[in-house]
Write a protein of this length. Sequence first.
Length: 228
Amino acid sequence: MGKIAELISDWSEVWALLIPLLFLMFRGNQPALLKPVIVYLCLALILNLFGDVIADFKKPYHFPAWLQSNNPIYNIHSVVRFACFSYFFISLPQPQFKTFKKVIVVVFILYTIINFAFFENFFYFYHLSGNILSVESYLLLIYCMLYYLAVLNDEDDAAFKGPVFWIVTGLSLYVVINFFVFLFYVPMITQNMILALHIWKVHDAAFIILCLFITRGLYATTGKYATA
């Protein structure tokens, strides 16, 4: 029973994505502004499935040397997630902070280039990039805060019932919970691998919460952004 629970936990980054994706099969007519989120769900499923297959089957099936680590997958996932949600936030019909949102994209691109050119190896096998994941979380949180500020300035109570609100709230919880996980994960690996593995389960739980909130957002059909 313990092994089954551990298996379910280990594969949570895959099956959690199936919750909103399966829901889309029955409620596929979604607002156009949610397309970046739907694209993210599809790409995340491919990346996470690939990553978990590497983690669980690399030894039994003797994968080649370049497939002996799934850490680069997490770095790719970080870039994909930031790209999709940046497009999502910039596409929202909120004229406030439009330029600032684009500046955030430039900051992330420059940081990513500098980080992997001078400080970390994008394809490093022994651990994922805590730098890129923590910076991504911080910048996504700024996007979320800008969204809330814009909604409060508009004084639109209906927005708090719409699909964007639920998705942004889920993303806010995910990045707030995981910022310190990402920031200290690499040092923890070098100091206490067992503790690091347990801490990563916090990330998995937050990812499930994100997927549940996205599902709730896909279900919502009211509010300013429901049909944009």
